[in-house]
Design a protein around this ligand. Structure first.
Ligand code: FUB
Length: 338
């Protein structure tokens, strides 16, 4: 059974073609459905790691087996690199390639995933590792980092976001069903250190945390589905955010980054690229799209002078091209010429 599943996944991975760069517009990819985007900037390239929605039209369950990678040199034109990890990447798992995020450390790229293990319980956090942003990626731990049997784990162990602070300490945050969780990671990026804690102050947290730091302040963005300013129908969600002066909180809720989108789920990541900030999120806006056939979008995100975030206005045009500054391009060309 295991061999058959792996072989099928290998075929899937092998048949995904690398597409030519696609013109800027939201959604940024329409040849497949993509969801749960996690941006990562490496040098002059922005990568987006995203799950693939494969639910047939008219069905009402997630069908997700692969994680794909996109890249861009200007945040406007995107190249599809196909599936770079799948359920088969984790021999101990069998279904549900849900939200993921890649965190670099010491020249390696750690791809944290939500995936349904074959053991007791439902969702787990797994981690694969590769030597480049495009992989190849292999299971780094041989089992889940977090499972339902982890003491004080979330009610739903999904949606990992990993952050390495300036002092080298790494943190894993995750959670769903209104239950955010956090734990320190060892410097090997695959073992937890100490107890799982419950972050305080993430008002109306539902799922999909996204951690980052800007100007010495910690930011946690997350999906909420309350009807007290977020959405009018709690089947949908918005993106709220909170800030803290310590990576484990306590957090102070600051407001809404992104209102309701056309899909019931609302999952986003934020990143700075070539001096500008971007919000990467998903909607149901692609042709034939829906709650289980979502598509990734990119738009500019703006901070106020006091560090608060302006609410993002989703666009269909997407952001204008933001290539590397000329000096960086010259240095890049010189490096290649030498
Ligand atoms: O894509 C499956 C799940 O839906 C994700 O893990 C959640 O964040 C929501 O987007």
């Amino acid at each position: 059974m295991r061999i058959l599943r792996s072989a099928a996944a290998a075929v899937l991975l092998g048949t995904v073609a690398i597409a030519a760069p696609a013109a800027a517009a939201n959604p940024i990819v329409t040849s497949i459905y993509t969801a749960d985007p996690a941006p990562l900037v490496v040098g002059d390239t922005m990568y987006i790691y995203a799950g693939r929605d494969e639910a047939p039209s008219g069905t009402s369950n997630f069908r997700m087996r692969e994680w794909h990678v996109l890249s861009s040199s200007d945040a406007a034109t995107w190249t599809q690199h196909g599936a770079r990890a799948s359920i088969a990447t984790f021999p101990w798992a069998g279904a549900d390639a849900w939200a993921s995020e890649v965190e670099p450390r010491n020249g390696r790229y750690y791809w944290y995933t939500s995936v349904n293990g074959n053991g007791p319980g439902w969702m787990n956090i797994g981690v694969a590792v590769g030597d480049s942003p495009l992989g190849p990626f292999t299971d780094a731990k041989g089992g889940p980092i977090i499972s339902d049997s982890t003491p004080n784990s979330s009610a739903l162990n999904i949606d990992p976001t990993v952050f390495v602070d300036d002092d080298g300490q790494a943190y894993l945050y995750w959670g769903g069903y209104w239950a955010p969780r956090a734990v320190r990671l060892a410097s090997n990026m695959i073992d937890t250190v100490g107890s799982v804690v419950t972050p305080q102050g993430l008002t109306n947290f539902w799922e999909a945390p996204w951690m980052f730091k800007r100007n010495g302040l910690y930011y946690m963005m997350y999906a909420a589905n309350d009807t007290s300013g977020c959405v009018t129908d709690s089947a949908y969600a918005c993106q709220r955010y909170a800030t803290a002066t310590n990576p484990l909180g306590p957090w102070t809720h600051r407001g809404i980054v992104l209102g309701r989108v056309s899909s019931t789920t609302n999952h986003a990541g934020a990143v700075e690229f070539h001096g500008q900030w971007y919000l990467v999120y998903h909607t149901a806006n692609a042709p034939g799209g829906g709650n289980f056939r979502r598509s990734v979008a990119v738009d500019r995100m703006y901070f106020n002078a006091d560090g608060t975030i302006q609410r993002v206005t989703p666009t269909t045009a997407g952001p204008p091209p933001n290539p590397a500054p000329p000096a960086a391009q010259e240095a890049h060309h010189r490096a290649y010429a030498s």
